[in-house]
Write a protein that binds this ligand. Structure first.
Ligand SMILES: NC(=O)c1ccc[n+]([C@@H]2O[C@H](COP(=O)([O-])OP(=O)(O)OC[C@H]3O[C@@H](n4cnc5c(N)ncnc54)[C@H](O)[C@@H]3O)[C@@H](O)[C@H]2O)c1
Ligand SMILES: [Zn+2]
Length: 663
């Protein structure tokens, strides 16, 4: 192919991947493949300087500003990093460094945290601004979202300078990521792909209250400003710690690239013990005066180099594709593999996500596939080794029947997953639903665990969660491992669950897409199961924050006669199917459709104010935006909130005025 054409094609391709990665947070290729393509482009451009273009992905930071936030100029540019994948590349870099600077060079090794870059500005010890990297010159103002991250200090300690910027990475530690995904799966939704994209996506949410719920963390690595009196990168890390920032303490000072390689090799193995994802090591020339001598290229500092870990990938044979049925009937395809060792564990199964993914990768039984372990618990298939494909193999036909009950599967328009519609006759759904019903956040039935539920179902004692309320001690005593005392506990636990408030009962029913929050909203709005049952899809969509998908799912649940009967039975056993009279007496819809921000100090506590707003149907948000209807302003309210409210023309209320609204 003609070189110019090839260069242009690569540029276009890389730009598209940048967009998928930075703007949509949905990369379609692995980082390694991306880096190899970028390298190919770089080499072509070096050989053919006549095709130089300042807009090439080799010359520009890959991100972009979005339209959803205010765009702000960065006081100091944010760069990308050059990267290397081998000792040789690192040694070449060292040679270039030594050519350009005088004297002894020391290197700081830091872990390369894999998340979203952020720049924080502090003035007089207070966080005033948080901006994403954007295109490196200007970024998105995400201050309100970043304020909700607990490891970001809002006020500093020690002898910090009057004004400075600090750079870092917003990450989502594995534990929090796994918890978020467990909750999504609970609500019948597809899990998030990996911590990095979820962290970056979280930062771009419009509702800060939603961001606050995400267990994000902020790790800092660089202080920038004027007259800071800091002379090296290592000292800068130390200072940041002293002022109250979270700076991981794995960083080390090294005298040569061979010592750097020891550090890299150690962390390549031990990175799995860290609580968050890392994708390499960043090596930086320590002394700031040497950094100044080295300077920058169009895109990255010459004084730093990222050594990237290779994603852990192996190839193995795919023996069979099987299908699993979840509690909500969602089907997930699973690749059963010839066992292979990957990142220290033996892998036998990998996720294939859904039918689209299988089609996109064109995975077939008998193929040799590439398996990768990212932030996920279960590894995934990232590609097929087509050179090894049996020429007689045929494209995978996604199953049309439920593997458990043989029912014909359905797939709703616009949805990625297939479902088994045989809700009340499909074993994993029956068991999963009862297990969800008894779980801690739902009916919280003490003395009853998931395995016991399976035992009961398999012994024909129960077939729906309503059957729990008919269980007799005599029935369960003969079962394995059931002692007198545990049987009593269990029966008492079931009895006590009749006190669980309606909103949690609604969540416990396990209606697809009705998670905890949605259940609360529906309970508040409809107040009883009868009213909810009568609501049409149109009525439901009209409720604030209830989308079409949820509305459809709720209506679908109640259109099923068996479900209606189960609900009726629960009501007759005395399970709470409406908001209690006492609670109802305190609740109105006076503030429905209005969003409030509370700022300052009041006679009432903030919790009391918040409860008043919510009990009267209003919504509380932590930051002012164009969606805020009222700002309840107390004593000593923050000047930035006031300025923002004035700018947006938000109506301000005193405590007294607010109380009149809900009287
Ligand atoms: N898969 C895809 O489609 C796709 C598309 C675009 C980019 N990418 C990936 O993203 C990378 C390019 O992104 P980039 O330009 O942000 O470069 P980068 O992520 O390789 O390096 C720069 C970034 O590293 C981060 N970082 C983490 N720890 C650091 C530390 N201790 N010190 C300094 N910086 C630290 C900073 O946020 C900085 O902005 C590529 O390597 C590529 O693998 C992938
Ligand atoms: Zn089924």
């Amino acid at each position: 192919m003609d070189v110019e054409k090839k260069i242009n094609r690569l540029r276009q391709e890389l730009q598209e991947h940048n967009y998928n990665y930075y703007v949509l947070d949905k990369p379609e290729i692995s980082d390694y493949i991306f880096d190899m393509k970028l390298k190919e482009l770089q080499e072509l451009e070096e050989k053919h300087p006549e095709f130089y273009d300042e807009n090439s992905p080799t010359q520009r930071v890959g991100g972009a500003v979005t339209k959803s936030f205010a765009t702000v100029e960065l006081d100091y540019r944010m760069y990308s990093l050059s990267n290397s994948y081998s000792k040789e590349e690192l040694e070449d870099w060292e040679k270039r460094v030594k050519k350009l600077v005088d004297g002894k060079v020391e290197y700081v090794c830091e872990l390369k945290y894999d998340g979203a870059s952020i720049s924080l500005t502090y003035e007089n010890g207070e966080l005033v601004r948080a901006v994403t990297r954007g295109d490196g010159f200007q970024g998105d103002d995400v201050t309100n979202n970043v304020r909700t991250i607990r490891s970001v200090p809002l006020k500093l300690k020690g002898d910090y300078p009057e004004k400075f910027d600090i750079r870092g990475e917003i990450v989502l530690p594995y534990e929090g990521f796994a918890k978020m995904n467990a909750e999504r799966v609970e609500a019948g939704e597809e899990p998030y792909a990996n911590p990095r994209n979820t962290a970056s996506g979280s930062l771009k949410l419009q509702d800060s209250a939603e961001v606050a719920k995400r267990p994000l963390d902020c790790l800092l690595y660089n202080i920038i400003g004027k007259n800071l009196n800091i002379r090296s990168q290592f000292e800068s890390l130390q200072k940041a710690r002293e002022w109250g920032f979270k700076v991981p303490d794995e960083s080390e000072l090294k005298a040569s690239t061979s010592a750097v390689m020891d550090y890299v090799n150690y962390w390549d193995i031990h990175r799995h013990d860290l609580p968050y994802e890392t994708d390499g090591v960043v090596v930086k020339v320590n002394a700031f005066h040497q950094q100044d001598e080295l300077g920058y290229t169009a895109k990255s500092p010459r004084w730093a180099m990222a050594y990237k870990f290779k994603a852990e990938q192996e190839s193995t044979q795919l023996n069979k594709i099987t299908y699993q049925v979840g509690r909500t009937g969602a089907i997930t395809p699973v690749a059963n593999l010839e066992p292979v060792k990957l990142a220290g564990t033996v892998v036998k199964r990998a996720s294939l996500h859904n039918a689209d993914q299988i089609e996109k990768l064109d995975v077939r039984e008998g193929d040799t596939v590439f398996v990768e372990k990212g932030g996920e618990i279960i590894p995934k298939i990232v590609g097929v080794d087509f050179t090894k494909r049996d020429p007689n193999s045929k494209p995978t036909q996604y199953t049309q029947k439920c593997p458990e009950c043989d029912a014909e599967l359905i797939r709703n328009e616009g949805e990625a997953l297939h479902y088994c519609p045989n809700t009340n006759g499909c074993a994993p759904q029956i068991i999963g639903r009862i297990q969800h019903f008894i779980s801690r956040k739902a009916m919280d039935i003490e003395g009853l665990g998931g395995e016991t539920v399976t035992l009961f179902v398999n012994n024909g004692l129960i077939g729906t969660y309503a059957d729990l309320y008919e269980l007799k001690k005599e029935q369960i005593l003969p079962l394995e491992r059931m002692a007198e005392k545990s049987a009593d506990n269990l029966i008492n636990g079931i009895e006590r669950s009749k006190e669980i408030p309606f909103e949690r009962v609604l969540f416990a029913l396990g209606i697809r897409y009705v998670g905890e929050t949605v259940a609360k909203k529906l309970a508040r709005h409809y107040k009883s199961i009868d009213a909810l049952e009568e609501a049409s899809e149109e009525d439901l969509v009209a409720v604030e924050e209830i989308g079409e998908r949820i509305a459809w799912s709720v209506a679908d649940f109640f259109s099923n006669e068996e479900n209606k009967e189960i609900v009726e039975r629960l009501k007759n056993y005395g399970v709470q199917m409406e908001i209690s009279a006492e609670k109802l007496a305190n609740q109105t819809n006076k503030l429905e459709g209005n969003t409030f921000v509370i700022s300052g100090t009041f006679e009432l506590s903030r919790t009391e104010l918040k409860k008043l707003i919510e009990d009267n149907g209003g919504k509380v948000s932590s930051s002012i935006s164009s969606k805020t209807n009222f700002l309840v302003a107390g004593e000593s309210m923050g000047p930035s909130k006031l300025a923002k409210a004035e700018k947006l023309g938000t109506t301000m209320l005193s405590e007294e005025e607010f109380l009149k609204m809900v009287q």
